[in-house]
Design a binder for this molecule. Structure first.
Ligand code: OGA
Ligand code: ZN
Length: 376
């Protein structure tokens, strides 16, 4: 949908200047306009893939005629129509398409959602949706993914306490990721995998997959059965922790943003190893991923001052994430399937006694984004 109309066009030697109805001027280089033309020979109408051999275009590209469409040329009213000097191919640039690039800026991947940072005092209960709504409609899944994007987690309540229902729920988002744990997994404290999760010990807040170059995007955890004591689950908004750390200890923040920390998984026929900073920023300086798992950290040694700075920063970060003021704590009951953003929040659980059967699975980051992007 066009939210802005084009009111005037001005040609320059290397670019076209567009004046918008709100008074903004945008500049589009001629080569960019040719590269992004919407005719079928340039952009395949079905695959949306570029058919143009961009590098084969003349180095200096010049327009012969530029006009605003009037609706009788196969283009919409107000679209930009260009004829080129080097060939006679007419290019159509829809106004709605140009409007998306009114402000030049560096490309970013990901769905741009503004996270709502929270701590124990500001979180007004856990975000929840009904299992039935998620299963029934796009609106339900949009709510579930929307809340998970904003808060980092959201419970789907009313889920039958079966592995099948849990899997159905996860498949509403995307296909289940296969890892060393399988696709959907189910576990009790039996150490069938070489991981503390498969014990009844405390699991301090962590992210999963620090040993993977592409840590799981989201995780769904669902207790199918729990007869015992303890086992309270914790969720911590690590973006909120990072914000606190940044204002209180900018030096620690810098350390955790720059030191490459290796994570590893050894066992079950695997030796996985990956490394990235605890706080990973994209090329625009935006925090995009938190990776923190003290259990899985692999040995590394830096020069003394850097090594000591790392341990000081780790201590400060760990103190914050284990401060109950930063935590949402809850004994999850069967029926409460918890989806969380494994790039944003840390999860953990207290030690427990008794029988506890849990199932869950992962979906890749890009697949969650793909699903959500199409619902927006
Ligand atoms: C895990 C995990 C939490 C729990 O499996 O990665 O953190 O409650 N489990 O068992
Ligand atoms: Zn975990």
């Amino acid at each position: 949908m066009t939210t802005h109309d084009i009111t005037a066009l001005r040609t320059h030697s290397a670019s076209l200047e567009v004046e918008w109805s709100d008074g903004l001027f945008s500049r589009y280089p001629w080569i960019w306009l040719r590269d992004h033309a919407h005719d079928a020979d340039t952009l395949h109408p079905v695959t949306q893939q570029r058919q143009l051999f961009t590098a084969g275009l003349p180095e200096t590209l010049a327009p012969m005629a530029v006009a605003l469409g009037v609706g009788d040329t196969g283009s919409g009213v107000g679209d930009v129509l260009i004829r080129w000097e080097h060939d006679d191919a007419p290019s159509v640039l829809p106004a709605a398409f140009l409007a998306r690039y009114r402000h030049p800026r560096v490309a970013r991947a990901g769905v741009e959602v503004t996270p709502v940072l929270w701590d124990a005092a500001t979180l007004d209960g856990a975000p929840t949706v009904a299992f039935a709504d998620v299963m029934a409609s796009d609106e339900g899944i949009r709510e579930w993914l929307g809340a998970t994007s904003r808060f980092g987690f959201c419970l789907a309540v009313g889920t039958s306490a079966t592995a099948e229902a849990t899997e159905q729920l996860l498949r509403r988002i995307g296909y289940v990721r296969e890892t060393i744990f399988g696709g959907m997994w189910e576990f009790t404290a039996d150490l069938t995998k070489a991981d503390t999760a498969y014990t009844d010990l405390e699991l301090r807040p962590h992210t999963d997959g620090t040993y993977s170059h592409d840590a799981p995007g989201v995780q769904l955890l669902h207790y199918l059965e729990f007869v015992g004591t303890g086992g309270e689950s914790t969720i911590v908004d690590a973006f909120a922790v990072a914000a606190r750390l940044r204002s209180a200890h900018p030096d620690h923040y810098r350390t955790l943003s720059t030191v490459q920390v290796p994570g590893q998984y050894i066992g079950d026929g695997s030796h996985l190893l990956a490394a990235r900073p605890v706080l990973r920023h994209d090329h625009t300086g935006t925090l995009v991923q938190v990776s923190f798992n003290n259990y899985d950290r692999a040995p590394f040694l830096l020069p003394e001052d850097e090594m000591l700075a790392f341990y000081a920063a780790l201590r400060a970060f760990d103190q914050l994430v284990n401060d109950p003021e930063m935590q949402w704590r809850h004994v999850l009951a069967p029926g409460e399937a918890m989806l969380f953003d494994n790039w944003r929040v840390l999860h953990g659980r207290c030690a427990y006694t008794g029988l506890r059967r849990m199932c869950g699975g992962y979906v890749n980051r890009e697949d969650v984004e793909s699903r959500y992007r199409q619902l927006l």
